[in-house]
Design a protein. Structure first.
Length: 566
């Protein structure tokens, strides 16, 4: 069936007009929702503005965002809401959508077969501010503020301001353009004893002798308030959602969040600042965050540059057993402060009971009924009695909502934390990617029931044909298999790491604990002359704790006089 084509212009959406497009987009989507069969919502190429005044406001509880104390009101300001729509293509034809204020740019809720194509998304005034070191004095730094960052000085203190927001304290990162590397640092604007304005966009920050930062000309400092009150986009309780040929040039909050959805793909995504802006930040926190999904999650042929947290994180949620009101009933509690409030179990879901100390499963059941009693507590009725050895404090994982994962042919850089985190029991493939100077582990396989409560166990993971350039550090292996179990039991298994290239600084290549069926084979490790690891053999850069059935074979080790630039 040929799709029905509707034009945004027919609903008043005019490119390059400077007018608010929010109402026009809402009208076009409402018209698309009632058309039988496939629909293409087409935009004439140009720039469109989205202001918060006419945006949709709706409550959404979103994983890994903010606690009740950080953000008591979970009402999101939504620029573009797709709700209950089937078989729609939103085609931007290369247009730029610019959002104002703090907004969740796109929500896809309860939809099926949605494609987002040929579109660029950005903020008019990003909520991560930037300033560059222009001079270093004995007790001061001279800074040039980026034109897209605005500020006020009150009582000799620096405040960052925007459309409906203002902050002084918060997380800060430092960016070195010479090495294209970003890392977290202390907030040097908040620690200044006083701030003077030397001219428009020119600041002098003064310090006491004990607080004078160590930095150099050209370094960029990026600041944010740290409260994830919105996300870049939310895909929730939807299936067959595909993003392709999309530029995401800034997101406020957690990032592109997929929650309890099925079969999601991101292909040819450019998650990086627009070059013409001169900015260095594209993401307030993570880039892509996948929580409790199923089917296949695919990220391919994309670029990630300039985040304030992880590039890609795929996980479920362990919930703690806090009650046992009947033989076949349990009460489960969301534990991490920033994750709560959303339905996490549905009739027919298969669950596993897991010991919190070992992270190993000991019984299974199927959900008959589930009800959210309060934002942090879910009542679950099972198809059988709970296991007789169940203890309060054990945790539960919903294993129905665990995806297959394909992360292939992507390039990741300017990431201050981890490149890819993945904890899923289904097939996962990380292949053909380029990881550049990831400050912590390029790939982390974790899982815990005591901090983030991000589940679960890995059974079939292949890390193959990737290039790792100067990733990790003394405390962070390039690839880390690091479940946070307090008691010695095998957690992850079936991990193959083969045919990768590691260009190293002083970091372990692989650190693994409590894993079995682990293979590290046919990898090439080059260590730059002068690093602490230069005289070690390849396998000495591998740290194993409590592992079994480990195969190390065919790995090649080289010492190099100088390491290549990316």
């Amino acid at each position: 069936m040929n799709p029905t084509v509707i034009q945004l212009a027919d609903f008043g959406g005019r490119p390059d007009s400077g007018e608010d497009t929010t109402a026009a987009m809402r009208g076009a989507l409402e018209a698309a929702a009632i058309i039988e069969g496939p629909v293409v919502l087409a935009c004439e190429r140009g720039r469109y503005e989205f202001f918060p005044e006419q945006a949709t406001r709706a409550k959404y509880y979103i994983s890994n965002t903010a606690s009740e104390e950080e953000n008591p009101d979970v009402t999101r300001t939504i620029g573009i809401l797709l709700q209950g729509i089937r078989n729609l293509i939103l085609d931007g034809n290369g247009s730029l959508f610019v959002f104002h204020g703090k907004q969740t740019m796109i929500v896809i809720d309860g939809c099926e077969e949605i494609a987002i194509r040929h579109l660029r998304l950005d903020y008019a005034w990003p909520t991560v501010t930037e300033m560059t070191v222009e001079g270093v004095g004995p007790d001061y730094l001279d800074m040039a503020v980026h034109p897209d960052s605005r500020y006020e000085i009150a009582n000799e203190a620096l405040y960052w301001v925007g459309e409906g927001w203002k902050f002084r304290d918060g997380p800060m990162q430092e960016y070195d353009a010479l090495t294209d590397t970003t890392w977290r640092t202390g907030n040097l604007s908040a620690s200044a004893v006083r701030v003077e304005e030397r001219g428009a966009g020119k600041l002098r920050l003064f310090y006491s002798s004990s607080s004078m930062p160590t930095t150099s000309n050209g370094r960029v400092f990026q600041a944010r308030d740290g409260i994830r009150d919105q996300v870049g986009a939310l895909i929730v309780q939807s299936r067959k959602i595909a993003w392709s040929d999309v530029g995401v040039h800034f997101m406020h909050g957690l990032g592109l969040v997929c929650q309890f959805s099925e079969d999601i793909s991101f292909e040819r995504i450019e998650l990086a600042p627009r070059p013409e802006t001169g900015r260095t930040v594209a993401a307030f926190a993570d880039c892509i965050h996948v929580s409790g999904c199923r089917g296949v999650v695919r990220v391919a042929d994309s670029r990630f540059a300039g985040a304030h947290d992880d590039a890609i994180n795929v996980h479920g949620t362990y919930m703690r057993v806090v009650g046992h009101p009947a033989a076949d009933e349990v009460l489960l509690r969301f534990m991490h402060p920033q994750t709560y409030g959303f339905p996490a179990f549905f009739p027919g879901d298969r669950i596993t009971f897991v010991r919190a100390g070992t992270l190993t499963g000991f019984a299974e059941a199927v959900v008959s009924e589930a009800k959210l009693l309060e934002p942090r507590v879910i009542w679950v009725k099972l198809d059988r009695d709970v296991p007789p050895d169940l203890r309060l404090g054990d945790v539960v994982e919903n294993v129905t909502w665990t995806p297959e994962v394909e992360i292939v042919r992507n390039r990741l850089s300017r990431i201050p934390t981890r490149g890819v985190l993945v904890t899923t029991r289904r097939r996962a493939l990380i292949e053909g990617n380029r990881f550049e100077r990831i400050a912590m582990s390029a790939v982390l396989v974790a899982g815990d029931a005591g901090s983030w409560y991000e589940s679960g166990c890995v059974h079939n993971l292949t890390i193959r044909g990737n290039s790792f350039f100067e990733c990790g550090g003394a405390e962070h292996a390039v690839i880390a298999i690091s479940p946070e179990n307090a008691e010695p039991e095998f957690v992850h298994a079936g991990i193959m790491i083969e045919d990768n290239r590691f260009d190293m600084r002083a970091a372990p290549v692989l650190a693994a604990r409590y894993a079995k069926e682990l293979t590290f084979a046919n990898n090439q490790i080059s260590v730059h002359h002068g690093h602490a690891q230069q005289d070690r053999e390849a396998d000495a850069a591998i740290r194993l704790t409590g592992c079994d059935e480990v195969t190390l074979s065919g790995n090649r080790y080289f010492k190099s006089a100088a390491i290549r630039t990316p």
